[in-house]
Structure formats: C-alpha cells, structure tokens
Write a protein that binds this ligand. Structure first.
Ligand SMILES: [Zn+2]
Length: 101
C-alpha cells in the first residue's frame, strides 16, 4: 500500500510541476488579455485541487509510517479495504464521510 501511495504522490508532484510551469508561461507580456486570464484561473483552480490531493496522499504516507493508516480521522474506526482500494488517501470511513456536519 505504501508503494502505491508513493507512486500516487510522485504522479501528483509531476502534474503539479507541469501546472506551475504552465502558469509561469503566462507571466510575460499577456497579462491584459481576458482569454489568458480565464485560462490562468482555470489552471490555478486545477493546481489548487491537485495540491490538496497531494496533501492528502502525503498525509496518508505519513500515516503508514505512524501505523495509523486506514483509521478514520473522525471516529477512529477502520476505513475499510474497499474504500481504501478506491481512494487510497481517504481520511474518513464511509460513515463519517457521508455524514456532513
Ligand atoms: Zn469514521
């Protein structure tokens, strides 16, 4: 499971770097084009959700090290193998995740 998470982490890192590189290309000269502004906003939104996923995966790797991986952050119960299979960086069990508070 750890190697799967590390693989996922590397993938997200690489994607995020690509987005940051793309963002950088907008910095020169085209600042007043509304088309560029719209594209840039889209890239920033994507980069934002990517870095969020990356944080989740990094936390999951840390939890593997700490021996708490697969434990719900809210109720402390087991997250369940099927859920972890579908979403390796899940922080909560299906019960807590579907309960909005
Ligand atoms: Zn829970």
């Amino acid at each position: 499971m750890r190697s799967r998470l590390e693989h996922e982490r590397d993938r997200l890192h690489a994607q995020l770097r690509e987005f940051q590189a793309a963002e950088g290309t907008f910095d020169g000269g085209f600042a007043d084009s509304s088309q560029v502004t719209a594209e840039r906003g889209e890239i920033e939104a994507l980069a934002g959700s990517l870095s969020e996923s990356l944080r989740d995966v990094e936390d999951a790797v840390a939890k593997v090290d700490a021996g708490t991986y697969g434990t719900c952050e809210t109720c402390g119960g087991a997250i369940g193998e099927a859920r972890l299979e579908a979403m390796p960086s899940a922080r909560k069990c299906i019960t807590c995740a579907s309960t909005r508070r």
